[in-house]
Design a protein around this ligand. Sequence first.
Ligand SMILES: O=C([O-])C(=O)C[C@H](O)[C@@H](O)C(=O)[O-]
Ligand SMILES: [Mg+2]
Length: 425
Amino acid sequence: MSSSRISKVVVTPVAFADPPLLNVVGVHQPWALRAIVELHTDTGLVGLGETYADETHLARLDAVAQALPGSDPYDANALRRLVVDVLGKETGGAGASFGGMLDVSSAVDTVYSPFEVACLDLVGRETGRPVSDLLGGAVRDRVPFSGYLFYKWAGHPGSADGGPDDDWGEALNPDQIVAQAKRMVEGWGFGSLKLKGGVFHPDEECAAIEALRDAFPDLPLRLDPNGAWTPETSVKVAERLAGVVEYLEDPTPGIDGMAQVAARTDVPLATNMCVIAFEHLKPAIAADAVQIVLSDHHLWGGLRRSALLGGITDTFGMGLSMHSNSHLGVSLAAMVQLAAATPNLTYACDTHYPWKTQDVVRSGVLDFDDGSVAVPTGPGLGVELDRDLLGELHEQYLSCGVRRREDTVYMRSIEPGFTPNTSRW
Ligand SMILES: O=C([O-])C(=O)C[C@H](O)[C@@H](O)C(=O)[O-]
Ligand SMILES: [Mg+2]
């Protein structure tokens, strides 16, 4: 039994430069926000977690952080009770919204997650075991990721507080998407590709997928329009891309809509939008609405609950993939540890990692080779904070002015008439 207790909790909001990546609700702001959670113990250890940093979420993290000293990092059930209690007092059980695409009915899982990850990091450091061992043991020593392609502008248009322009250039047509994919494949070795759609008419996005198929005959492909299409259009796209994509991700919103599409196509449907909490699994499975669930430990309540999700998808014969949002190295390490210990991870995981140019962890641990990351075998998550970089990215948070993810608001500052493309086509 451990004698260590949590003695101090530090939550540091950070901002890092993010390119103008387009999606169904708008465009990424010049700065992406994350919060880095540090749990210090009275035995001198530090455990790490990473999560969203929208200001409402930050306030909830801070409330939990204040209540946490004295807690036992081994007692995940007590941690969850504490989060439920604190949020009950702070919010009366309100949900949370993360940038227009992800709304959750309860904030418990998203607030609990970075603390649970940091506790597992602590326990791993104390016992000398990698987090994958604490989740049941690694079943693979490398975790495959897919190259995440985005339509994008060449740079952030004339924003006074804009971040530095990126060197990816414009990607607004099939040729430019293929060029982006070549850079992803050549630079990181990805063995599968996902295109973020929901930006242009589905015919154009299908043409981009077909151009990718011609350019990369052997790579599995995915298209994710984040619910931009009606069920009718989704069926037409599925007919056109049958045999071309390994799955279509959230072609249309909602369990009912996805079920209508699933009934009329053999193309597997994946989701990180209509099944984002345990309560959604029963209706989705009953309606056979989705064949693949994208797990996400930030959203599903940490690593153990994500492992539980893996078990449920296995039980019901569903596929399992992994979702990402713009993130830094602590999240990547947690994703890698979880994926390492997930026997039925049937698809390469998503990651936004190639899109960022800054980090808070020391380099050299989480390198991509052949599109995959070697599972760290050292204690805990296997990554260390670089305190200079943490300080730098915190300064960027303080000065950048962004306080929540607002893709639609930012898009409207550039195209005032913009309305989200949800169910548009
Ligand atoms: O698979 C997904 O739906 C995502 O990756 C959601 C993200 O928010 C993505 O759309 C983005 O970064 O714009
Ligand atoms: Mg998705």
